[in-house]
Design a protein around this ligand. Structure first.
Ligand code: OAD
Length: 247
């Protein structure tokens, strides 16, 4: 089993990994799967909560119609996440940041597990479940200590309602986050795409930008994705097992 897994890493990839100066990693929910975080898609399923597809409860429209329901969904997810720990994939990626001259970690995850593993300067494309943001003045607040059953709270600065500081379907990404990630993608020489179904844009455009700019692109996922054909290598398997094979 171990021998088979080792053979997954080509000599070409080992050589590039040894020599790379500028590495970018894009992660999705799959990198946290081995910590116990449920993915949204994969294995032929998509997430449903209280009978609602997650794209409905996690949408700008739902926020307009029913802010308490959106809080309830994110409180539920925060409750799931509170006890979870980074896994070997998060830890390997955290080690990589000191291995290369330049290293960028871009994540679609809102769970904070990369930071818990020691990653610094993470570009969070979809926000953080551990922050709330005022709907009016955009003041943010740490909600790590908030009780899971607490509902929407008022902004301390202007008393308007707070909302989860995460990107919902139908919303723009945080100001400058995509541009920063795209700029890094244009200059990297090796790009890893780990644990994402690669169907949500603009995040899925990051490896496309890297590839177009000449980077060697490697996907790590137990399933093929719409990006697989664009990649130079597809390493089919669990992130926590495969990333360790690289070092
Ligand atoms: P998805 O849930 O869409 O995809 C998870 C991917 O991880 C799938 O392709 C799985 O095959 C793969 N996977 C599962 N277990 C894995 C493992 N152990 N190692 C590696 N890969 C594994 O998650 P994302 O692509 O992150 O957005 O989803 C993108 C966005 O859609 C999310 O950020 C979220 C969601 O709606 C917002 O909330 C704005």
């Amino acid at each position: 089993m171990q021998a088979t897994a080792k053979q997954l890493i080509s000599d070409e990839l080992r050589r590039r990994f040894q020599k790379a100066n500028n590495v970018l990693v894009l992660t999705g929910a799959g990198v946290s799967a081995e910590s116990g975080v449920p993915t949204f898609r994969g294995g032929g399923h998509t997430a449903v909560w209280k009978g609602m597809p997650f794209e409905v409860i996690s949408s700008a429209g739902m926020l307009e119609r029913d802010l308490p329901a959106v809080w309830e969904w994110f409180n539920y997810r925060r409750g799931l996440l509170a006890a979870l720990q980074p896994n070997p994939a998060h830890e390997a990626i955290a080690r990589w940041q000191d291995r290369f001259d330049r290293f960028t970690l871009v994540t679609q995850n809102i769970d904070g597990l990369h930071q818990a593993a020691g990653s610094r300067g993470v570009i969070e494309l979809h926000g953080s479940i551990w922050r709330a943001r005022c709907v009016r003045c955009r003041e943010t607040e740490n909600v790590r200590e908030m009780k899971v059953n607490d509902g929407a709270q008022a902004c301390l600065a202007c008393a308007s309602p707070m909302r989860p500081d995460v990107v919902l379907f139908g919303e723009m990404l945080p100001l400058g986050a995509f541009e920063q990630a795209a700029g890094k993608a244009e200059s990297c020489d090796l790009c890893f795409v780990v644990g994402t179904s690669a169907v949500v844009y603009p995040a899925a455009a990051i490896p496309e930008i890297a590839r177009a700019a000449g980077a060697y692109v490697v996907e790590v996922n137990p399933e093929r994705t719409p990006l697989s054909d664009l990649c130079d290598e597809v390493l089919m398997g669990k992130a926590g097992e495969i990333l360790l094979l690289l070092g």
